[in-house]
Design a binder for this molecule. Structure first.
Ligand code: GDP
Length: 385
């Protein structure tokens, strides 16, 4: 009996094991927790697009191809050439210089306008307003920038994509943010070289924008025909970071945001600035600097400023100052470039690098004079001894 029972129990056990196993398998198939074997997913990267991009990247143009396409107004090639100008790689610099040299004969046919003012004064709104006026009658406008702070702020001041939205989609306008790497001198030189390429590409009006807070105005002033200073009424000169020298450079001062309740204040500021401008010595150009008001946002007074710039061009072309001044500026940039290059080579020379810290320490401890230390370094560098 016991034997029979044991046999029966074993049989029941086997039966149950088989039965429950099947149930388990079926349940697993239907369970929401079941993990299916995945199906093959498409690649997250579009390989065709990558191949096209690689092909595009590999496409290397010769200098004459660059020049030919730039002079035909090909913006994509213009941008590539500007990227070469901005590159710090020596091989890019060599190509860039060749392109600039070959574009030079096609350049010069433009009016170059510098515009400065503290952040928030309305520079980009103004450029957009005046720019639309220029492009609506077929003018071709390039907007460049010198923003010494762009390396720190990653171009937030003058490279922000949301600025000048209308111009950014205008086929007659070309906007290039400030080159971001390097010293102010380096950034300015690159912008100066970019002007040559933009002019060769057919842009007849070049705006160069900068923030009115430091040395960059002097750099912009030395590469433009007309220098416009945007100001706000009511803010003290100190508040606007304004230096006497910057006002003296201006061919026009425009008090922006002159609308609504602000009109009276703006008109008062205009009179004050006009009086201040009269105190400066007469300009070599024979142009009498003017103060005016405008509202970039409502476009009031903007057209008048454009006509003022055209009047300036007419006057200075007639009295030949336009060309004379450009020649002077070219000479200035030659010396600036020499200075920049000499400095760069000197400070990157391994011998200089190795001696500099030690000599600096000796100067600081009073062991040798600053002048003697400089003499040693320079004589060693130029092998003068
Ligand atoms: P930027 O930093 O000098 O380039 O100044 P923006 O052009 O970016 O302008 C700064 C702010 O001032 C923005 O909010 C503009 O909309 C505003 N703004 C610019 N021009 C005018 C103007 O003529 N009137 C008024 N009320 N606001 C303006």
């Amino acid at each position: 009996m016991i034997f029979f029972n044991r046999k029966k129990v074993i049989l029941y056990l086997i039966f149950f094991i088989i039965f429950y196993r099947n149930i388990d398998i079926n349940m697993k198939d239907k369970s929401a927790l079941k993990v299916n074997k995945g199906i093959k997913q498409p690649p997250s990267v579009n390989n065709d697009a990558v191949k096209k991009l690689q092909l595009k990247r590999k496409q290397v143009y010769s200098v004459s191809e660059f020049v030919e396409r730039i002079t035909k107004g090909d913006r994509s090639i213009l941008s590539q050439a500007i990227t070469l100008i901005e590159s710090s790689l020596p091989k890019h610099q060599i190509i860039a210089q060749e392109i600039i040299g070959k574009c030079l004969p096609y350049s010069g046919n433009s009016i170059r306008i510098g515009i400065t003012g503290v952040p928030g004064v309305g520079k980009s709104t103004f450029i957009e307003a005046i720019g639309k006026e220029i492009t609506s009658v077929g003018g071709k406008l390039a907007v460049l920038a010198i923003d010494p702070s762009s390396e720190r702020s990653k171009g937030s001041i003058l490279g922000d994509k949301t600025r000048m939205e209308d111009l950014a989609t205008d086929k007659n306008a070309y906007i290039r943010p400030s080159p971001s790497a390097g010293s102010l001198g380096g950034v300015a030189r690159k912008t100066r070289e970019t002007v040559v390429l933009c002019e060769a590409a057919g842009f007849d009006t070049i705006f160069i924008e900068t923030v009115g807070v430091g040395q960059s105005e002097t750099a912009v002033h030395s590469m433009v025909d007309f220098f416009l200073l945007l100001m706000l009424a009511g803010a003290g000169d100190e508040l606007q970071g304004m230096k006497r020298g910057i006002m003296e450079m201006a061919d026009a001062i425009a008090i922006n945001k002159a609308e609504g309740d602000n009109i009276n204040k703006a008109n008062l500021a205009k009179v004050q600035y006009q009086n201040a401008l009269h105190l400066f010595p007469p300009k070599k150009s024979n142009w009498i600097a003017k103060a005016t008001t405008c509202s970039a946002i409502s476009k009031k007074g903007v057209s008048e400023i454009w006509h003022m710039i055209l009047d300036y061009k007419k006057l200075t072309q007639e009295n030949n100052y336009f060309n004379t001044y450009r020649k002077e500026q070219s000479k200035y940039w030659m010396y600036e470039t020499i200075n920049d290059n000499l400095k760069f080579h000197f400070y990157n020379n391994s011998d200089v690098i190795s001696k500099l810290t030690l000599l600096e320490e000796k100067v600081m401890s009073g062991e040798i004079s600053s002048f003697y230390a400089a003499k040693i370094l320079i004589e060693d560098y130029f092998n003068l001894k």
